[in-house]
Design a protein around this ligand. Structure first.
Ligand code: CA
Length: 428
């Protein structure tokens, strides 16, 4: 682990607090399903943002870029006059997940009994506001509460990093400088419009802001002033938070009144390759293949065609997906995140837990174990792509082919069973 570096503030006299809440790794969807982390402090030292003269030059460039985009001199001054790079941000950006969380670990951490209970209370306490927002934007109240719960635990954790400082650090770092420079310009424009001051703009280390954890570009395009006070305030105004989330979802194509998906039961002998989350079949066809609803009923005899997703192998629940599932993934491109939002929304309105029994003691895979799976698959002639410790479509397909070749259930899901079988197969 790298040395602990305290967050430093470039402006204002707010108390320095330890980082409580890191929302997301902005570019790597799969990373969201992973937990624990190893830092690579050596990499942090290589950041251009931490070289004083390179940082000064970078900030000078950012100032002129901001000026050329019409940001006022006063906002530019507040943002950059005393700015320093924050090494903690680089350290967090360089962290690699150590474990691949299991389906149950991911869901258990996010859809807790406490959260379901509080979600119900919030749905009732803010019922009239939520109904107004739902009427205006067509996004059901239970989903707005579920996003709010997952993003900031109902507004408890909105992040306390200085957003301008974080984004400037990342914009001056070489790794994803273009992306973060653009987010920084959007953040400055939010300050420029007067919605929030530079000093009050707090968020996650990667710049996600407010109770809905919008990145600045999302804020600029989709945040709305629903309480009519002239400012878009995702930190303190619940009307703005709910309406902004709903406006974002509606703009992405949310279908009013529709579900996100539902748990289904797959029959014995089902071809798991069909449940890859992208093979569309009509409900009539799924019925014919023996797929049933969680309560055992047949699916509606409908021409609607959608995919079945088995996010974590045949021992975990399978889901029939509806179009809103893709919309949730536009908010955060992770299957498990989308399932967590949908399931929490369902539980808040009294629907039951998953019916699929929980397998005993499933251990999370370490990143190096995933790499070993990838290497051994390749050794045996199943191309799993570059061994990178990240499970993607190539790894799943290679795993499925191997499983089929040795008579295992071909669900393409890497776990310790698979690793054991691969070790035996590559020894023989
Ligand atoms: Ca407002």
């Amino acid at each position: 682990m790298g040395a602990h570096v305290r967050a430093r503030r470039s402006c204002g006299n707010l108390m320095v607090r330890p980082l409580r809440y890191v929302t997301r790794y902005v570019t790597a969807p799969l990373v969201l399903a992973m937990a624990g982390a190893v830092a690579f402090p050596a990499l942090a030292q290589q950041s251009a943002a931490l070289d004083p003269s390179a940082f000064r030059q970078c900030v000078a460039n950012l100032r002129s870029k901001a000026a050329s985009e019409g940001i006022s001199a006063s906002v530019i001054g507040h943002a950059f006059d005393r700015i320093q790079p924050n090494p903690r941000v680089i350290e967090l950006d360089r962290k690699q997940p150590e474990f691949m969380q299991t389906f149950w670990q991911y869901l258990d951490a996010r859809v807790t009994d406490t959260r379901i209970q509080r979600g119900r209370e919030m749905l009732s306490v803010h019922g009239s506001l939520l109904r107004d927002v739902e009427q205006r934007y067509g996004v059901q109240a239970r989903y707005l509460v579920a996003f709010w719960a997952l993003e900031s635990n109902f507004g408890d954790y909105t992040g306390d990093m200085d957003v301008i400082e974080s984004l400037t650090t990342l914009a001056c770092d070489q790794r994803r400088s273009r992306y973060f420079e653009s987010e920084l310009m959007h953040a400055l424009s939010i300050a420029d419009e007067g919605s929030v001051s530079v000093e009050m703009m707090e968020g996650s280390w990667a710049g996600a802001m407010g109770q809905s954890q919008f990145m600045p570009s999302t804020f600029v395009r989709y945040a709305v002033d629903f309480d009519g006070d002239g400012r878009r305030d995702l930190w303190r105004s619940l009307p703005d938070v709910f309406a902004s989330s709903a406006n974002f979802l509606r703009s992405l194509g949310w279908r009013p009144g529709e579900e996100w998906g539902e748990e289904v039961i797959l029959p014995a002998g089902f071809d798991y390759a069909l449940a890859d989350g992208s093979t569309d079949r009509t409900l009539i066809e799924w019925n014919r293949l023996g797929v049933r609803r969680a309560n055992g009923d047949r699916l509606p005899e409908s021409q609607y065609a959608g995919p079945i997703l088995m996010p974590a192998g045949y021992r975990a629940p399978a889901f029939l997906l509806y179009p809103n599932f893709k919309i949730i993934k536009r908010w955060n491109n992770s299957n498990l995140y989308a399932i967590a939002v949908g399931h929490l929304a369902d539980r808040i309105v009294g629907r039951g837990p998953f019916v699929k029994p929980r397998p005993p003691g499933e251990e999370p895979l370490r990143r190096e174990e995933v790499e070993e799976i990838q290497r051994r698959l390749a050794m045996l002639g199943f191309d799993a792509g570059e061994p990178d410790g990240i499970v993607g479509p190539m790894t799943r397909a290679a795993a499925r082919d191997f499983q089929r070749s040795v008579g295992m259930p071909a669900d393409g899901y890497p776990n310790l069973d698979l690793l054991e079988r691969l070790r035996r197969a590559s020894r023989s």
